[in-house]
Design a protein around this ligand. Structure first.
Ligand code: ZN
Length: 154
């Protein structure tokens, strides 16, 4: 079998004389996911199990004030400019990260598949602002979809 990218026709594996099957190459995957995320309601980020951002739709990019190259591979705390994420160890590994509702909900959703419809957390931003952040988390095959439901300044 020869595997060919269904979108750009790049050969993924196998020889040309073999029967064809289709897949998606990494470049097309990276380009298609944001397009898919744009079809969802609200600002949505796709996260890996460790809380790293894999992708985000346009509304989410606006909500956090970052474009895709800035977001990709960033930990949740860096995506949201959490003050604690700048401490030694980084997001998830500082003494203040214990009990972070944001991280916990992503981790729980990834591990158990449970959907969280309304997770509230207090986000202290690097800018000095305190934000009441409300999110929802849902498991998908690729990771966890995090929807930003509210970012209210306190
Ligand atoms: Zn492709």
């Amino acid at each position: 079998m020869q595997r060919v990218c269904a979108w750009c026709r790049k050969v993924l594996s196998g020889a040309p004389e073999q029967p064809q099957t289709h897949g998606v190459c990494p470049d097309c995957r990276a380009n298609l996911i944001p397009v898919f995320l744009d079809t969802l309601d609200g600002p949505v980020l796709l996260l890996a199990s460790d809380g790293r951002a894999l992708s985000a739709n346009e509304q989410a990019r606006k909500a956090v004030g970052k474009d895709l190259p800035e977001l990709r591979e960033k930990l949740l705390g860096d995506v949201f400019d959490c003050l604690n994420a700048a401490m030694p160890g980084g997001c998830g590994n500082t003494p203040r990260c214990h009990g972070c509702a944001l991280r916990e909900s992503v981790r729980d959703t990834f591990r158990t598949g449970a959907e969280h419809l309304e997770v509230h957390s207090l986000l202290k931003k690097k800018t000095g602002e305190n934000i009441h952040l409300t999110v929802a988390t849902r498991r998908v095959k690729e990771g966890v979809l995090l929807t930003i439901k509210g970012q209210d300044r306190l």
